[in-house]
Design a protein around this ligand. Structure first.
Ligand SMILES: C[S@@+](CC[C@H](N)C(=O)[O-])C[C@H]1O[C@@H](n2cnc3c(N)ncnc32)[C@H](O)[C@@H]1O
Length: 234
């Protein structure tokens, strides 16, 4: 199974020998890759949608992995038994959907050692949820696929002090380890905010004034982070 850069970066976070659940597996590419490469002895793949469930099941059967990949239909962590897996992957969904999945099955979620989460949007909300609900972000990864950045958050149970708001948005771990894509990621954020500022400056409404103030403040924060990147690490 040849994976795309996004799916490969997610899979590379799985510890060899771990028992994994892939929630919202869709095509089941991650479970197939994990057993094919001998990274996991067993994977549970879940799906809420009947169409993707059937598609995933057919793919697993076609590749001859029905003994190692268990397919279950259902919502989020609900198809899992408490303590059945040590790692949970939730990828390719919105951050708010991921939060809902974790909070709907709190008693199961607190027994999981490692979460590999790849939100498509609302990354900020997801980081904030994790840090304020008994998880800690132990690492982050990023990759570029078709000119789009993807953020992968690795979390475990634990306590972490709350961060400055900017780090919920940018990912402190990516900054701390000077991830090779971080500066590019930051530059993209600055250019997006610049376009919004230009548009609002043309509008000149009272509402736009308030929004402009907060966007300019955010832009300034981005520039400060960028400046820190250039300083030698202490
Ligand atoms: C865009 S696909 C991502 C598939 C794959 N995880 C990936 O990263 O490429 C999202 C999948 O999650 C499933 N899904 C959404 N909410 C879910 C939930 N609460 N429980 C299980 N599956 C869910 C959808 O049916 C869909 O197949």
């Amino acid at each position: 199974m040849k994976l795309s850069p996004r799916l490969l970066t997610i899979s590379s976070q799985v510890t060899k020998g771990s028992i994994v659940a892939d929630i919202g597996t869709d095509h089941a590419y991650i479970p197939i890759y994990l057993v094919e490469k001998g990274i996991c002895p067993k994977v549970i793949a879940t799906e809420i949608g009947e169409g993707p469930f059937k598609r995933a099941k057919a793919e697993v059967q076609k590749r001859g992995y029905t003994d190692k990949i268990q397919m279950r239909i259902g919502d989020g962590l609900k198809p899992l038994k408490v303590g059945e897996v040590d790692t949970v992957i939730i990828a390719g969904m919105g951050g708010l959907n991921i939060i809902e999945i974790l909070s709907n099955s709190r008693e199961k979620a607190i027994k999981i050692n490692k979460f590999i989460l790849q939100p498509m949007v609302a990354q900020k909300e997801l980081r904030k949820y994790l840090i304020t609900h008994g998880y800690k972000i132990i690492d982050e990864e990023s990759c570029l696929e078709d000119d789009k950045f993807y953020e992968i958050i690795i979390a475990s149970q634990g306590h972490q002090d709350c961060w400055d708001d900017i780090w919920y948005e940018l990912g402190l771990r990516l900054f701390e380890k000077r991830h090779e894509l971080f500066e590019q990621f930051l530059d993209k954020k600055i250019s997006t905010i610049d376009k919004i500022i230009t548009g609002l400056e043309r509008g000149k409404s009272v509402h736009a004034e308030n929004k402009l103030k907060s966007l300019k403040h955010r832009r300034q924060q981005y520039l400060e982070v960028k400046k820190c990147l250039q300083k030698p690490r202490q």
